[in-house]
Design a protein around this ligand. Sequence first.
Ligand code: GDP
Ligand code: MG
Length: 306
Amino acid sequence: MYIGDKLKQWGDSFGETINASLNSAISQFSERKFNIIMLGASGSGKTTLKQCMMNELENVLGKNYVPSGADSFALKTDRSKITVEFYDYPGSMLNAKDDKDISTLQSSANESTVFIITLSSPYFMESEGQFTGKINARKIQQVIKSSMPKDNAGRFYIFVPLQCEKYTQYTEDEAKRLNAGVVSVFSEIIESLSVHNSMGKRFSAAVVPVETIGNVRFDHFDFSPWGSVIRNVYVRDRESESAQRNADQLLKLSLLFILNEFMQGSGIIENALVSSYMKELFSDIRHETDLYRFDILFGLDYITGA
Ligand SMILES: Nc1nc2c(ncn2[C@@H]2O[C@H](COP(=O)(O)OP(=O)(O)O)[C@@H](O)[C@H]2O)c(=O)[nH]1
Ligand SMILES: [Mg+2]
């Protein structure tokens, strides 16, 4: 089974829980804005992924969803509003020679609550990882490092392998190798963030693979005569229509964290959004028999509100 029935059930009840809690939890507060920044090399899939998440908004938020521009949306009740904006810059800005570009990126990162870090999976999964440099992990880690909050603000760092259908759909070993690969590419920053987490920073981190296309499979790299990768070649692998998978999971996790931040900032920590029952479902979703898996690396409490 690709995604277990449990996962579906969880997804359904999750949506209801968000809506029910939202109405009661935020009705007494005014407006607040949160940002989600997409960080990844050019071509790693940031814009596609952002669009997939936007496409799930209605489905996930139901009547609380209010459109608000191409890159933002709002969760609204009668008396309050949480606006969420995606920062989606060209990946080339990571390599910008121009100081202005890098400082735009940096100041957006400083103001972001959720960091979605995208990786083109074949670069670290194929050819013994010799093209891992193309993920630009060094620069991404620098931006993350320089944007750590001085105050008690929470941050959710979600590492999202993309272009990963070849690894998520066939064997469990490959699915595990994918998640482990992500952790290894970003090991330096993950270690540092987890130290901050254990010293009391409200930091969470997760690895959440998403298939934004679904019915394609990585086949090979096209090389230039001097051995650099010109492009990644994918082939249509199945009869099925193109179908994105798990962008809704990523959206829900991001929203849960944001809602918890909202409540934290409002001084009603006890008003936990998600019950211990939800926490049980969290462990279910990562059930061994589900080929698809996401891993919470640390900071689960800041996501579930437990
Ligand atoms: N196979 C596959 N291709 C993807 C996936 N996500 C993005 N792509 C492709 O990767 C290319 C770059 O995507 P884009 O979103 O423009 O990347 P950006 O430069 O990071 O914004 C596009 O051709 C997408 O169709 C994915 O999950 N699987
Ligand atoms: Mg883009």
